[in-house]
Design a protein around this ligand. Sequence first.
Ligand SMILES: Cc1ncc(COP(=O)(O)O)c(C=O)c1O
Length: 362
Amino acid sequence: MLPVAEPWITNRELDYVSDAVGRGWISPKGEYVREFESEFAAFVGSEHALATSSGTSALHLSLVAAGIGPGDEVIVPDLTWIACANVVKWVGAEPVFADVTEDTFLLDPDAVRSALTTDTAAVMPVHLYGFPCQMDSILLIAEEHGLFVVEDAAEAHGAAYRGEHVGSLGDVGCFSFYGNKILTTGQGGMITTDDDEIAERIRLYRRDGMSRSRKYFHEVVGFNYRLTNMQGAVGVAQLERAEEILAAKRRVAAEYRDRLADTPVRFQTEREWATPSYWMNAPLFESGEDRDAVVAALEDADVETRPFFYPLHDNPPYRGRQSRHFPVSMDLYDRGLNLPSGPLLESGDVARVCDVVRGALE
Ligand SMILES: Cc1ncc(COP(=O)(O)O)c(C=O)c1O
């Protein structure tokens, strides 16, 4: 079975993990976590990088550190991973969904404007599938309305908006290192920020609210959201290999676009401001029937595919809470597909997938 995503692990990752384990530094305390944080801050171009147990805990800690809570609303795109809405609920605030644009699949700044209320406290642009959101417009709205900006860059390591790494533009950026992500530690996350106070609050809440100056004295109700040194060891190796991994992602994306150029399928539009990192190759078909025929043919050919995220507003915990409609996210969900996109795919693999897609469409 050709998988949708697979980690690219080499001897370097194994050597660093074996070093961490061999020296007994297996929990969150350890040199690799610190090195991973400082190297990641440099990679993104932000002042601080704080390692967390997952991308989800990174998002949660960011909202906690920003003081978002009951009575607040957070604008979240309708087409994204469910954690984006769940973390808003966890802090006692309400997610308010905004539709995405048909060409980029990304948060639509006009939809953000129309979702604003006097309770809006934050906005969460999600750089879906490694494609940067239109940050100028979103940051302008945030500035006009005093909103906290949480960039969800879980899927977008290495992507840039007008030359600046995603995750360095908002108040905080959140990354995931789950096994299917561009850079992985198996499970893990990172928060990037230039704000010293936010960084300090994140450190406090990440370590069970324990005072930095007084052991076992807990200033707030915190969480245990740290990354282990074993995961940090994998992260340091992955980051050292980031350019090699990103080059492989670009190669695979270019091959898909090239091989399917003369078919009716369409990929996420690359806008002039964007340097995508192509986490997923996510073609859009002319109809849901075409998409389903392709899924069936690929399954027969032992090729794994995934549907798009089911639009958040219609998942049971959120259903019926929103007054707006989300025609674009529903339409993309109906017609879109995730194809195998891992960095280890060879040209022959991509060619085989594209031949099956073509065959199913003909
Ligand atoms: C857009 C987005 N946000 C957040 C997350 C959460 O990351 P994690 O799985 O590391 O908790 C993911 C990934 O799973 C994601 O794709």
